[in-house]
Design a binder for this molecule. Structure first.
Ligand SMILES: Nc1nc2c(c(=O)[nH]1)N[C@H]1C(S)=C(S)[C@@H](COP(=O)(O)OP(=O)(O)OC[C@H]3O[C@@H](n4cnc5c(=O)[nH]c(N)nc54)[C@H](O)[C@@H]3O)O[C@H]1N2
Ligand SMILES: Nc1nc2c(c(=O)[nH]1)N[C@H]1C(S)=C(S)[C@@H](COP(=O)(O)OP(=O)(O)OC[C@H]3O[C@@H](n4cnc5c(=O)[nH]c(N)nc54)[C@H](O)[C@@H]3O)O[C@H]1N2
Ligand SMILES: [Mo]
Length: 711
């Protein structure tokens, strides 16, 4: 090879001489609202480099540290290679390779035996992170006859939606482009939402005022907050109720909105009287003057909006109520469903994404919905969840399997089922072991695949084609940039082929993924062929901008038709569950600490990690080689802990040892730990029933703990 070609190869220059081609795909490492465009540099069927796609209408060439590590992610050494069948004891991890045909035949046989003996609901279907194939999995569950379909939304994002369902309409988003004041409640896009940074910077450049409420002094707070309120984890409800009291007492409410469009105002106004500034300060740790000033600013300068986070506000014992208390501020000030305020962005058009056009995704699985004869898993324990969400509440899964109450669940088909994402993973592992039959579909060997009877290898977004929407009315259908590695297959191919064995009568499902997408896009002028013909996302002509103000004209989807401070939906839940219809804050903090000195929050976001998946990716791992917990500098000095010392964190459930990261960004008396490490499992610190009774969400982000230096 000539020297020149060598140089070109070294520089990874795509051209005829090097044989390197640039092919377009997307990164699906994190949430579906990102899925940044990727230019994959491919040589001899291997990805040798990735870059962000500059012309991409959603991501504009940006990639975060996770996406930039994609190449190492897809080539992780522990990729599953072939379908496997358990040969040793359950959990022993002994498997032998089998063919796909053998796997499908075995699964079909086992599932049908269980259906025969215990009914179809005894077979459950679950999907973890990566959401793109969910409608096909749901249709498979329904076609088989089981209503026990569930997802990772049992712990993420959906509680925000449930909170809104009890108040007005579904999930609401801020119309930041027109807001004068923005209340960034748990807002730090620098760590968890890199595509949201430009919006925040643009907002500040336009002169918008920003209040940030966070448990940490974040980069967003330091750079941009006009008022920064730092509080203890999970005390958000008390802060919001205190702000509501100030707004009401100063007569800063929007009288027209409150009178004509809300329900339960008197009861709410009466309740918030309990939250004087002194008490709010005591509960939250917040600076009293800042709380007053934030309430004034939020109410006085209209329009104002609130950032609606996916998880940190809801992942507490009182999480859903905290979220509702925060949202009540929008109703009080008339900032709900108006330009510059928050407006309901619902329903999703396609797989948790908005394109501004209606697809037939709901019809796709509704057409085969079984007549539900038994409560879904979790529906009895978490009735509000059961009423609002068409899924199992997985927080109750291990209990139901182990106790067989209210009925036995005997099998699980789990795509991306990660035992370690749930509180008390040991109990979840016990439950998976107890199942008669557990099928795990994953990219990698995980603690869950070790417990399976059959393991199926899935492939990554680089090895498959998939349809996505992007804001502004764009739709895309990617093409594989490399062949599936080893014998792996795309999740949707696995679902299609399994369906051909398990529910051969379901013609549409058996016709596969492209048939599903074409069905969803039936009423639109764009189809799979059009999308596939383009390298980049294309615009769907039917896309329309969201309508703001609809609920002011036609009312909300609540029983009263109004914005409810006092929820009629919650009132309809039997009293024995003890759920409050007002967004109450219960001072359970002293209880949850169980006599311990610190409040532990597990699950801060790190820019280089996502849950369990990037700790084994060298580039990502190199940025934070050890599991660490952030502790306050004064606490550290008092306990004689230095940077990098081993500390043991102990809760009512268990203990883990990690390195101390000493920081003045976290409050005294709080500890913040990242999750997803097998060697220091944050969730082993939480009991399985450490959940919010309203949503069933695990209270990942507040539990009492003690810490000590390990010598
Ligand atoms: N790099 C990276 N990005 C991610 C993820 C990841 O693991 N890594 N995970 C993805 C997933 S699954 C999700 S759900 C989203 C979550 O994304 P978001 O919903 O935006 O949540 P976080 O980024 O976890 O937290 C936002 C801010 O809330 C603060 N916070 C934590 N607890 C509390 C609290 O009790 N009260 C208040 N007021 N603030 C609090 C945190 O300190 C943080 O600054 O991120 C996604 N993006
Ligand atoms: N302590 C603590 N626990 C938490 C959180 C926290 O903040 N603190 N966050 C919670 C939140 S917000 C979330 S969203 C959850 C996320 O929890 P999970 O959904 O469990 O997240 P991951 O660790 O990303 O695991 C997903 C699994 O799916 C596999 N997988 C990835 N892509 C694919 C694919 O395309 N196909 C298939 N078949 N499998 C795939 C992965 O290898 C992995 O085993 O974790 C929750 N758990
Ligand atoms: Mo999440």
């Amino acid at each position: 090879m000539s020297n020149d070609v060598n140089k070109l190869l070294k520089a990874k220059i795509p051209c005829a001489e090097t044989g390197i081609e640039v092919k377009k795909t997307l990164c699906d490492i994190c949430a579906p609202n990102f899925h940044c465009g990727i230019d994959a540099y491919v040589k001899d069927g291997k990805v040798i480099k990735v870059e962000g796609t500059k012309e991409h209408p959603g991501s504009h060439g940006l990639l975060c540290p996770k996406g930039a590590s994609s190449r190492q992610y897809i080539y992780r050494e522990d990729r599953l290679k072939t379908p496997l069948k358990r040969v040793g004891e359950k959990g022993e991890g002994k498997f032998e390779p089998i063919t796909w045909e053998e796997a499908y035949t075995e699964i079909t046989k086992k599932f049908n035996v269980i259906k025969e003996s215990d009914g179809a609901d005894a077979v459950s279907f679950f999907c973890g992170y990566s959401k793109w194939y969910r409608p096909m999995l749901k249709r498979l569950a329904f076609s088989f006859g089981s209503s026990n379909y569930g997802t990772e939304s049992s712990v993420c994002w959906h509680a925000s939606d449930v909170a809104w369902e009890t108040m007005a309409d579904g999930f609401s988003v801020p119309d930041m482009a027109r807001s004068k004041v923005h209340l960034g409640w748990g807002l730090n896009p620098y760590y968890s939402n890199h595509l949201g940074i430009a919006g925040l910077e643009g907002y500040k450049n336009r002169g918008g005022k920003l209040i940030i409420v966070d448990v940490k002094k974040t980069l967003a707070a330091k750079k941009f907050a006009d008022i920064f309120i730092q509080i203890r984890p999970g005390t958000d409800g008390a802060l919001a109720l205190g702000m509501a009291k100030i707004i009401i007492e100063n007569d800063w409410i929007d009288k027209e909105y409150v009178e004509n469009h809300t329900h339960g105002y008197e009861a709410f106004a009466e309740y918030v009287k309990e939250f004087d500034l002194e008490r709010v300060h005591k509960i939250t740790g917040a600076d009293k003057e800042k709380v007053y000033e934030a309430a004034r600013l939020f109410a006085a300068e209209k329009p104002a909006s609130i950032h609606q986070s996916a998880s940190p506000i809801t992942q507490h014992i009182n999480g859903l109520q905290n979220y509702r208390a925060m949202n009540a501020l929008l109703g009080l000030t008339g900032n709900y469903d108006c330009p510059g305020g928050n407006f309901p962005l619902y329903p999703f058009d396609f797989v948790y994404q908005m394109g501004g056009f209606k697809t037939k995704e709901g019809e796709y699985y509704d057409a085969v919905r079984p007549k539900q004869t038994k409560p879904r898993v979790g529906e009895v324990t978490y009735p509000l969840w059961g009423k609002c969400v068409d899924e199992m509440q997985m927080s109750d899964f291990s209990r139901q399997v182990l106790e067989e109450d209210p009925y036995p669940v005997k099998a699980l088909f789990g795509q991306g089922m990660n035992v370690d994402m749930f509180p008390d993973p040991g109990k979840m592992a016990e439950a998976l072991k107890k199942l008669d039959f557990f099928v795990a579909v994953d990219l990698f060997e995980t603690p869950a695949t070790k417990l399976a009877d059959i393991v199926l290898p899935a492939c990554s977004s680089f090895e498959r084609g998939e349809c996505r929407l992007y804001g502004g009315g764009y739709a895309a259908f990617t093409k594989p940039v490399i062949e599936p590695l080893y014998e792996s297959k795309s999740d949707v191919v696995i679902l299609q082929e399994l369906a051909q064995h398990l529910v051969p009568e379901d013609e549409l499902l058996c016709a596969g993924y492209e048939a599903f997408v074409d069905y969803c896009f039936d009423d639109l002028s764009v189809n799979v062929a059009d999308m596939k013909a383009s390298e980049l996302p294309i615009r769907v002509p039917e896309s329309k901008p969201p309508v703001i103000g609809g609920t002011r004209e036609h009312g909300c989807h609540t029983p009263s038709g109004k914005f409810e401070f006092d929820s009629e939906l919650i009132k309809s839940i039997p009293a024995e569950y003890g759920l409050d219809s007002l967004p109450t804050y219960r001072e359970e903090f002293d209880d949850i600490r169980a006599g311990r000195e610190f409040i532990l929050s597990t699950g801060v976001r790190l820019p280089n990690a996502i849950h369990s998946r990037l700790h084994k990716v060298p580039w990502a791992r190199s940025m934070r080689p050890d599991p660490m917990a952030d502790i306050n500098d004064e606490d550290a000095a008092r306990l004689g802990i230095s940077q990098g010392d081993d500390i043991c964190i102990e809760t009512i459930q268990g203990s883990v040892t990690v390195k101390a990261n000493i920081s003045s960004t976290v409050l005294k008396g709080t500890v913040h730990l990242y999750h997803g490490y097998e060697e220091a499992n944050a969730n082993a610190l939480l009991p399985a029933d450490w959940t919010d009774p309203y949503s069933g969400y695990p209270a990942y982000k507040s539990i009492g703990c003690n810490i000590r230096k390990v010598h």
